[in-house]
Design a protein. Structure first.
Length: 411
């Protein structure tokens, strides 16, 4: 991660130097100017000039001098820090059955959040209009001059260059110009990406991945996807399709048909619909068991009832979940062999059922990854839980419009 904070002395790359300083402040605050110069390798003059601008803009604040008893001579150093509420972004996360939005500050902290359901038969225009109304309610009363942009995480194939949700099979969307629509509605710059890639960036900037050079975020719910951040940069692949781990073939023969047209994909084995299908089969085979009773009582989400039955000691459901963990572990072992990440973060149902699933995932990675790579990778669950999607979407905007100073999709 150290490379993220390195600046450049070239006069043509002032924005690069600002990015280096702001990222270092986010990582190390409170921090002195001397320390900033050390971690960014920028000159003291460059640090002084750019910090003066940031102080004037109200983005950075200066605390009282740090008194160091070991410091015999010289002026006491003042500590610099970001002013988190000096700027806001909006994060919007489109999930299969709901849209969640939040107003998020510069530290990735959601200040206000909300959600509304949507259905497959609604048009994209209807869903976008309802989402815009939600965003307006969340932003009401806040200083609109502090909003720097809006980030959107969408399911399926997304094109960050055009801001188009190219194909979202779980929503029935094709070629929806989401970024342009929101930019026209709010007059703000908008950036868009696949929601799991956005979550990966959120973990890198604000969560478990702040010290990781290579991070993989894997999210399993209705589908299964992955996002990769390497050296602080989101890796998207040549066609913005990197991360479709859910369509890795795990069972080459005899597997269930997948919505992608193939069979035996990881998604057919470890997604929420796959687990529920197997759970109802078990309930039919063991009508007097814990799982059958849990599914019949109708309290809480179905996947949570499956987890509750397993926690209550239901042997068939525990065996079924152990097998799901093994399949996920095989896929992640392959990922470790290819990407060799420092950290894998699991979100969605693998976060919800971490006590039941993670031990088996971790063991399988260690058994199947090449050499000792499986023992060296760290495995964690999502920092932000149910808010991972909106924090990730907001991270897209914060990274683009605060750290990189881009202006794409401005109306």
């Amino acid at each position: 991660m150290r490379r993220l904070f390195l600046g450049s002395r070239g006069s043509a790359i002032r924005s690069h130097n600002l990015r280096a300083i702001l990222l270092a402040l986010l990582r190390y605050e409170p921090v002195s100017r001397v320390r900033l110069a050390q971690v960014t390798q920028l000159s003291n003059t460059t640090i002084t000039n750019l910090i003066a601008e940031l102080l004037e803009q109200g983005v950075v604040a200066e605390d009282a001098p740090e008194l160091n008893e070991r410091r015999a001579v010289g002026r006491p150093q003042t500590a610099l820090r970001l002013v988190p509420d000096s700027r806001y972004t909006v994060g919007v996360h489109f999930d299969v059955d709901q849209v969640r939005a939040a107003v998020v500050n510069l530290r990735g902290q959601p200040l206000r959040s909300g959600a509304h359901p949507h259905s497959f038969d609604q048009t994209p225009e209807t869903v976008l209009a309802e989402t815009a109304a939600l965003v307006e309610r969340l932003a009401a009363g806040l200083d609109e001059r502090r909003f720097i942009g809006l980030g959107v995480g969408v399911s399926g194939l997304a094109d960050p260059a055009t801001g188009v949700n190219v194909f979202a099979p779980n929503l029935g969307w094709r070629d929806v110009p989401v970024a342009e629509w929101f930019s026209r509605r709010f007059g703000l710059p908008v950036c868009l990406d696949n929601n799991v890639r956005a979550m990966a960036l959120g973990e890198t900037l604000f969560g478990a991945g702040r010290d990781a050079h290579a991070l993989a975020f894997v999210y399993a719910r209705i589908g299964v996807g992955a996002g990769f951040v390497v050296g602080g940069q989101v890796y998207r692949g040549s066609g913005a399709g990197a991360g479709e781990i859910g369509h890795a073939t795990i069972l080459p023969d005899g597997g269930e048909a997948c919505r992608c047209g193939n069979t035996g994909c990881l998604e057919t084995l470890v997604s929420e619909p796959a687990i529920l299908r197997l759970a109802y089969q078990i309930a039919g085979d063991y009508p007097g068991g814990h799982l059958a009773q849990a599914l019949a009582n109708g309290q809480g989400a179905s996947i949570e009832r499956v987890f509750a039955a397993a926690r209550a000691g239901d042997a068939p459901s525990r065996a079924m979940l152990a097998e799901r963990a093994r399949y996920m572990g095989i896929a992640l072992a392959n990922l470790v062999n290819i990407l060799n990440p420092d950290l894998i973060v699991l979100g969605g149902l693998f976060d919800q059922g971490q006590d039941l699933l993670l031990p088996g995932v971790r063991q399988t990675i260690r058994e199947r990854a090449f050499a000792h790579l499986g023992e060296r990778v760290e495995l964690r669950t999502a920092t932000f839980g149910a808010l991972a999607g909106v924090v990730g979407a907001a991270a897209l905007a914060i990274d683009a419009f605060f750290y990189r100073h881009e202006t794409a999709y401005s109306a």
